[in-house]
Design a protein around this ligand. Structure first.
Ligand code: PBG
Ligand code: ZN
Length: 323
């Protein structure tokens, strides 16, 4: 049976019919809002590379989290910009570090929000690489030692989920082991499992002051040409005990998201990264596109590809349109 018996336009005739047969939908509860934290108090400074995003101090970050909850956004992902950087990124493990303070401030006023702490070193190291350098490259196993310290510190401050983004081999196993050894088996791990060496991170690196001072991240982040390797990365993280796995970036990697969802029965996150956000903002600003519609279509495409949750700078803007 085909045309003229089959007429796919029949179910597109009215808004109600279209809604009834809609296959994918977005909910604010599956959006995760990134928050950039800086030292100090009472700060809320616009980030020039990411219009509509801000640098918050711990207290204003807490206020932002409360506001996000009222929009139905249940989770935040924290990044810190510390006052000082050093060779090893020691301040990332400081009990009174920027993120640790923000976690406590947020939990105090919004205990129900899921606090996810990004775990990496690039914002904290003087060289901007994601771990300990030896002969100009990030040393995997030495970085794991620091990774454990940072995980314990973030969890002790009250993070619900630790999200390692450094693409070190064994990072998930190391974190699980460290958390369990400190009696924190309830703290979950969201691993940046398949994170590509992408040019789409540009605006973030400006916002987080985390650009590498030399070279690039290609010895640890993935080659954008590879898909099988992403499956191996994800599989490995699952074996090591990841509770949630991630594909990052999202848009140029929708095929990877779909493949991961089909292959692993796991909660899957996708990161709609800074460059994806900035492109839409810039085009909308120039009136080349309808920014709001492109935002919603983009988020829907990531969901349709198979992501259960989306980390996105659009969270606050999109949520009110979803309720
Ligand atoms: C750091 C980190 C990056 C992002 C999240 N964590 C940048 C990088 O790897 O250089 C990118 C997020 C974005 O672009 O929105 N490990
Ligand atoms: Zn990093």
């Amino acid at each position: 049976m085909g045309f003229p018996d089959t007429r796919l336009r029949r179910l597109r005739q009215t808004a109600s019919l279209r809604a009834m047969v809609q296959e994918t939908s977005l909910a604010s509860s599956s959006l995760i809002a990134p928050i950039f934290v800086i030292p100090g108090a009472g700060e809320k400074k616009p980030i020039s590379s990411m219009p509509g995003q801000f640098h918050f101090s711990a207290d204003t970050a807490a206020g932002e989290a409360q506001e996000l909850l009222t929009h139905g956004i249940n989770a935040v992902l924290l990044f810190g910009i510390p006052p000082v950087k050093d060779e090893k990124g020691e301040s990332s493990c400081d009990e009174h570090g920027v993120v640790q303070e923000a976690i406590r401030a947020i939990k105090k006023v919004a205990p129900d929000i899921v606090v996810i702490a990004d775990l990496c070193f690039c914002e904290y190291t003087s060289h901007g690489h994601c771990g300990v350098l030896v002969h100009g490259d990030v040393h995997n196993d030495l970085t794991l030692i620091e990774t454990k310290k940072q995980a314990v510190s973030l969890a002790q401050a009250g993070a619900d989920i630790i999200a390692p983004s450094g693409m070190m081999d064994g990072m998930v196993a190391s974190i699980r082991q460290a958390l369990d050894a400190k009696n924190m088996p309830h703290v979950a791990i969201l691993s940046y499992s398949a994170k590509y060496a992408s040019a789409y991170y540009g605006p973030f690196r400006e916002a987080a002051q985390s650009a590498p001072s030399f070279g690039d991240r290609r010895t640890y982040q993935m080659n954008p040409a590879n898909s099988d390797e992403a499956m191996r990365e994800i599989e490995e993280d699952i074996k090591e005990g990841a509770d949630i796995v991630m594909v990052k970036p999202a848009l140029a990697y929708l095929d990877i998201i779909r493949r991961a969802k089909d292959r692993f029965a796991m909660p899957l996150a996708a990161y709609n990264v800074s460059g994806e956000y900035a492109m839409i903002k810039a085009a909308a600003e120039k009136k080349l596109i309808d920014g709001e519609r492109v935002m919603m279509e983009t988020l829907l495409s990531i969901k349709r590809a198979g992501a259960d949750m989306i980390i996105t700078y659009f969270a606050k803007e999109a949520a009110p349109l979803l309720r």
